[in-house]
Every structure is written in C-alpha cells, then in structure tokens.
Design a protein around this ligand. Structure first.
Ligand code: HEM
Length: 202
C-alpha cells in the first residue's frame, strides 16, 4: 500500500460523524465550565438538541419506505440513523447532568419528581436507554428479531418527550412542531399502504 493510500484509509476510518454530532455540546459544556452559563440555562439547548437528534433518527426509516433508496442523501442517512439515535441519548444525558447541577441536591430532585413535567422526562430517558445501548452491530446480531422490538421503544420515548416538554410550561407549540415530521411521515406511509391495498382489491 502506498503512503497516500494509507493516509486516505485513516481519513475514512476516522469517526467524523461522531465528531460533528458532538460539536453542539462543546459550547454548552465550555459555557458552563468557564462560568458564563448557568446549568438552568443549558437545560433548554441540551434537551432540544436531544429531541432534534431523535427526530433525525426517526424520520430516516419512513423516508426510506416512502422514497426507496434512489436518493444518495437518504441512503447516507439510513446507514447512519443509529448514530443520531445514540447522539440523542448522549444529549439527554448531558441534559440530565445540567439538571443535577441546577438542582444541586438529591432531595431537591426527589421533591419535584412527582411533577408531571418532570417524571415524564425521567420516563423518556429510561425508555431511551434500551434502544440506545443496543444501537450497534453486536446487539443487532445477538437480539435477532427482538432487536426491532427494542428499537420500537423510540415511539413511547418520543411521546413522553413531547409530554415532558409540553407540560413543563403548559406550552405545546414547540414540542408539536418538532414531532410533526415524524407524525406526518407515518400518516403518509399509512395513506400509501391503504391506497396499495385498495388497488390490489379492485
Ligand atoms: C432525566 C430526566 C429529565 C429531567 C429531570 C428533565 C428536566 C427538565 C427541566 C427541569 C426542564 C426545564 C428547563 C427550563 O427551565 O427551561 C427541561 C426542559 C427540556 N427537556 Fe428535559 N428533563 C429530562 C429528560 C429529558 C429528555 C429525555 C428529553 C429529550 C429526549 C428532554 C427534553 C427537554 C426539552 C426539549 C426541554 C426544553 C423545554 C424548554 O425550555 O422549552 N428532557 N427538562
């Protein structure tokens, strides 16, 4: 192998996508570490980034089923959607860290855990854990048909995330706008399969 080819191999093997997905975390972490941003102020960007990564992971499948694999960008996304799901979990953990810093004591956290806007966040995080830790080839091979069932947990995760976001300030607009692409794509898939069944029975 030539030196040039070896250089390209290293470049191709480098986890660029993980690096890019981690970039939004840098100003949040540095902002807090250097004292410029309160943990409370970072709950919004970390939570929102987690939701956005989750939405990207969730739209890939329905887009693939609707349009097939004729678009290069869609093939790229389908091959990498698991990374977006894992990144969503990473940002949810960062969100939790900022929450812990903000609350400061376990007692303060336990005191408000019964609030609807809070326990729904905890539930979303717990539901996110199994799909996140099984988003890899090894788990896929080990779980076989069960893998899809574990990944299905992303739907209740999304539901409880929307409820968490909506109930925090009783303002549903931003949460619903974020989840809208997932809902609309599933409606489109339902319409497409109903039309196909109609055509077949005609
Ligand atoms: C460990 C469980 C969780 C707790 C205790 C928690 C707690 C909170 C709190 C206290 C806020 C209010 C921030 C503020 O005052 O501006 C917040 C906001 C938010 N959380 Fe969570 N959260 C949790 C899990 C999650 C998860 C798993 C997600 C997403 C997947 C999420 C998404 C959001 C979003 C998008 C906001 C922004 C609301 C806004 O400021 O407009 N949270 N969370």
């Amino acid at each position: 192998m030539t030196v040039r080819a070896a250089q390209y191999r290293w470049l191709r093997a480098f986890p660029w996508l993980w690096l890019v997905l981690a970039i939004p975390a840098v100003p949040m972490i540095l902002g807090h570490a250097l004292g410029g941003a309160d943990a409370a102020d970072l709950l919004h960007p970390s939570g929102e980034m987690s939701v956005r990564m989750m939405i990207v992971a969730m739209v890939a499948g329905p887009l693939g089923r609707l349009f097939g694999t004729r678009f290069r960008a869609l093939r790229w996304l389908l091959a990498r959607r698991r990374a977006f799901g894992v990144a969503a979990f990473g940002y949810a953990l960062l969100h939790l860290v900022f929450y812990i810093f903000d609350m400061q004591t376990l007692k303060a956290m336990l005191d408000e855990i019964g609030a609807p806007g809070i326990w729904t966040g905890w539930l979303a995080l717990v539901l996110m854990l199994p799909p996140a830790i099984t988003s890899n080839e090894k788990a896929m091979r080990a779980l076989k048909a069960g893998w899809k069932k574990v990944q299905w947990l992303v739907f209740p995760t999304a539901l409880f995330t929307v409820i968490h976001w909506g109930l925090l300030f009783y303002e549903w607009g931003p949460a619903l706008v974020h989840i809208a692409p997932v809902v609309l794509l599933h409606v489109a898939l339902f319409v497409k399969s109903s039309l196909r069944k109609l055509r077949m029975s005609a």
